[in-house]
Write a protein that binds this ligand. Structure first.
Ligand code: FES
Length: 386
């Protein structure tokens, strides 16, 4: 359990909070590349209101949302070249945030040189736009294996979850629910002996599950602090496992944006972008699925319905929750490292360590159950809604 004070410490991610400052030490996806256009879009990341647009040069620009003059939200503004113009009094800001024009100020005034918006470094990779919001110099962007894969079918998606980020990341290392949801520990299926262990790795942690009688049952990987990599069932029957990742990016203390990457090798090279807005308590139904909820919404139900911020002072963690205990240790260690003036865990500055290949083992997931229609749920949410 966490006491009330620590639950607040771990779940408060706004500017100036210890956990917020820790999370700012990492690159995070902030938008699918496809949706970054010349139409400015409002975002909320780590408790900050931001604006993203694509300038004439093709490069994404990430700035504070509000105009430095009198605070107008500039998603109502207009992109001119690589600059953004506020619609209220026409102040113009270039891609670095520097104000370059103030139409109503006297000619020759140097006032504009004193005005600059906050901007953040961004880079585009594998269909996602990543931002770094921490102290400079920025570390390297981790290049995970799914981000390198190109020859096949790739899915890039985003959708919100209506709860705090810690609910979301605890779900990464909580693997005991997988055996339960898949029926291996349910008496009607003939309960099997299931064991779990968690191994610390350079990138974070491996979650390992073994079910009696099934070789290589399941490994999923936790890339600290907020990413996971796992194998989903094959999109085509008999095909290879779908490589999958989810980045869980806090928007504020009560909402999180999840960015998904899916990939499987295919002769037909393609990339498919999706985005979806989810309502708290509204979950897609599937009559013959476990608990009557579509597999694509089961985890969202589980983490949202713990409460916006889970009541950790009243939880009771068992042996099968060992991953959560290890994860909290890593979070606490990272806060201490920052207090000592060091990088937190898993920040990468050595180019030799930038590319990360994960183990992918899951004979459990190869035992695809067609009625769950994983392809529909994992690869194409629009089809799932039909
Ligand atoms: S509020 Fe933006 S130019 Fe005045």
């Amino acid at each position: 359990m966490l006491n009330q004070e620590d639950n607040k410490l771990f779940t408060s991610i706004g500017p100036g909070t210890p956990m917020g400052e820790m999370l700012r030490r990492y690159w995070h996806p902030v938008q699918c590349a496809e949706f970054v256009t010349s139409k400015p879009t409002r975002l909320k990341i780590l408790g900050e209101e931001l604006l993203i647009y694509r300038g004439a040069s093709g490069k994404p620009v990430l700035t504070q949302l509000r105009c430095a003059h009198r605070s107008l939200a500039m998603d109502y503004g207009r992109v001119e070249g690589d600059s953004i113009r506020c619609p209220y009094h026409g102040w113009l800001y270039d891609a670095t945030g520097q104000c370059t024009a103030q139409p109503a100020e006297p000619e020759g005034s140097g006032f504009k040189e004193k005005v600059k918006l906050k901007t953040y470094p961004v880079q585009e990779y594998s269909g996602l736009v990543f931002a770094y919001m921490g102290p400079l110099p920025a570390p390297l962007l981790p290049i995970y294996d799914v981000m390198m894969d190109e020859d096949g079918a790739k899915g890039v998606a985003m959708r919100n979850v209506n709860c705090n980020w810690l609910n979301c990341i605890e779900n990464i290392v909580d693997i005991s629910h997988l055996a339960w949801l898949h029926g291996y520990t349910f008496p009607a299926y003939g309960a099997k002996k299931v064991t779990y262990h968690w191994d610390r790795k350079d990138y974070g942690m491996d979650n390992v599950m073994d079910i009696e009688g099934i070789d290589d049952t399941h490994i999923s990987c936790y890339a600290f602090p907020n990413v996971n990599r796992f194998a989903a069932p094959p999109a085509d029957k008999g095909g290879e496992l779908v490589k999958s990742m989810i980045f869980r990016v806090p928007m504020d203390d009560s909402s999180t944006m999840q960015f998904y990457l899916r990939f499987y090798a295919s002769d037909k090279k393609s990339i498919n972008f999706q985005r979806k807005t989810e309502q708290l308590g509204v979950y897609r139904q599937l009559a013959d699925d476990w608990w009557g909820i579509d597999v694509g919404d089961q985890d969202r139900m589980a983490i949202e319905q713990q409460g916006t911020i889970a009541d950790r002072p009243n939880e009771h963690l068992g042996v099968s929750d060992g991953g959560i205990i290890m994860q909290r240790k890593m979070l606490r260690e990272s806060l201490e490292l920052i207090a000592q003036g060091k990088d937190p865990h898993c920040v990468i500055r050595d180019p030799a360590k930038q590319k990360i290949i994960f183990p992918q083992k899951s004979s459990m997931m190869e035992q695809r159950q067609d009625h769950l229609n994983y392809n529909r749920a994992f690869v194409n949410w629009n089809a799932a809604a039909e």
